[in-house]
Design a protein around this ligand. Structure first.
Ligand code: FAD
Length: 382
């Protein structure tokens, strides 16, 4: 693994940094307070090529490798996790999964639109009764001639109210994960209702929704991958998704470090900048080590993906470490800010609120530990 960025990768990183400085960072606090990111950001993300990264150019994508994707995701996470999540889901969980599992018609129908930002995708796996135990989902898709009729409820769906297409997981067979299939459901299909979820601790600008499906009829051609292989589709999506969450967490931790270093140099107590106190330096150095460790674990996943190697366990390690590191780092930065860290005019409170969900979604920290433990022992504890 080469730790030196290539000229191309450095150019993409700088492009993302400039984009965030111009289009994201100045608005992040206002979007957080309004509980709504300006939807215009999607087209801008598409125009600059960030929604098409790693997608082949013949399907409207912008190509690039997974390290470039992680660099962009980190910069977006550094600016605003709500915006980072739009890309991680619409590109990371939906478009990449269509590219990996879709037939020619599905790729032509959705990839150019998702890559340009003309369409937004969401990923419908979690249900009110099944989160960690996603293989036991209850949403049903019943075959009726050349169609499937889908009934069920999906919970906490990122981009849910914005989405044009739902990558939806439903039961077509018996109990357990072998009975699950994946579908590409246009969001305007009759019978699909979306209800916004408000009052989140963080990611307040992001459109999170409950999806209710009542007699939603889709053609059999909406099936993504073979019938009964939906759980494999979901797990392959989430393995890459965890790399993206990890990269976003590196961005949060880096933002916490930048803020803590800046503030520690400016703030004076006892007649000296607080940066001169050893205990404050300890807080800062703990963040710095977390940033480096989380970034290296994340880059390793990107490197494995780009070389076509097994990456699922490495992705769980990166996601586990980076998400916990993001929470720790934002919390340490808040400590450096003292009471001002607790007020939302300063950046670190939002970083902590946004970081907190990272140890929960795309598999909780406990689930990542079980995946890593299973890989090491050969025994599944869940
Ligand atoms: P539960 O599964 O009920 O877990 C509760 C607690 O029990 C956790 O601490 C968990 O680690 C622990 N636990 C459960 N089982 C075990 C076990 N076997 N061993 C040890 N501990 C265990 N889902 C989507 O499908 N698409 C999305 O776009 C999406 N976006 C989200 C956005 C937000 C803001 C949030 C909050 C959630 C989102 N989710 C999404 C759902 C998310 O993936 C789930 O919340 C997550 O998987 C956990 O499921 P749960 O909330 O039902 O918790």
């Amino acid at each position: 693994m080469n730790l030196e960025l290539s000229e191309e990768q450095e150019a993409v990183r700088r492009l993302a940094e400039d984009f965030v400085a111009r289009e994201v960072a100045p608005h992040a606090v206002a979007w957080d307070r309004a509980e709504e990111v300006d939807r215009g950001i999607v087209k801008k993300l598409g125009a600059v090529g960030f929604l098409g990264l790693t997608i082949p150019e013949e399907y409207g994508g912008s190509g690039g490798d997974h390290l470039a994707y992680c660099l962009v995701t980190e910069e977006l996470g550094r600016g605003d996790s709500s915006v980072r999540g739009i890309v991680s889901v619409s590109l990371g969980l939906v478009a990449k999964t269509v590219a990996a599992w879709g037939d020619e018609e599905q790729k032509r129908a959705w990839l150019p639109r998702l890559a340009s930002g003309e369409a937004v995708g969401c990923f419908g796996l979690t249900e009110p009764g099944t989160g960690s135990d996603a293989g036991n989902l209850a949403t049903r898709a019943v075959r009726d001639g050349d169609t499937y009729v889908i009934d069920g409820t999906k919970m906490f769906i990122t981009n849910g109210t914005w989405a044009d297409v739902v990558l939806l997981f439903a039961r077509t067979g018996g109990p357990g994960h072998r009975g699950v299939s994946a579908f590409l459901v246009p969001a305007d299909t009759p019978g699909l209702t979306r209800r916004p979820v408000h009052g989140k601790l963080g990611l307040r600008g992001q459109a999170t929704a409950e999806l209710v499906l009542e007699g939603v009829r889709v053609p059999a051609s909406a099936l993504l991958g073979p019938e009964g292989k939906g759980f494999s589709v979901a797990m392959s999506a989430l393995a890459k998704g965890r790399m993206s969450v990890a990269a976003g967490c590196v961005g949060i931790a880096q933002a916490a470090l930048d803020a803590a270093v800046r503030y520690a140099g400016e703030r004076e107590q006892f007649g000296k900048p607080i940066a001169s106190y050893q205990l404050v330096q300890e807080l800062i150095s703990d963040i710095a080590v977390d940033v480096d460790a989380a970034r290296l674990l994340t880059w390793r996943v990107a490197d494995l993906v780009d070389r076509g190697r097994d990456f699922a366990t490495a992705a769980s390690k990166a996601k586990l470490y980076a998400s916990e590191a993001a929470v720790r780092s934002a919390n340490n930065a808040l400590q450096v800010f003292g009471g001002y860290g607790y007020i939302d005019e300063y950046p670190v409170g939002k970083l902590l609120r946004d970081a907190r969900v990272m140890t929960l979604y795309e598999g909780t920290s406990q689930i990542q530990k079980l995946i890593i433990g299973r890989a090491l022992t050969g025994v599944s504890a869940f």
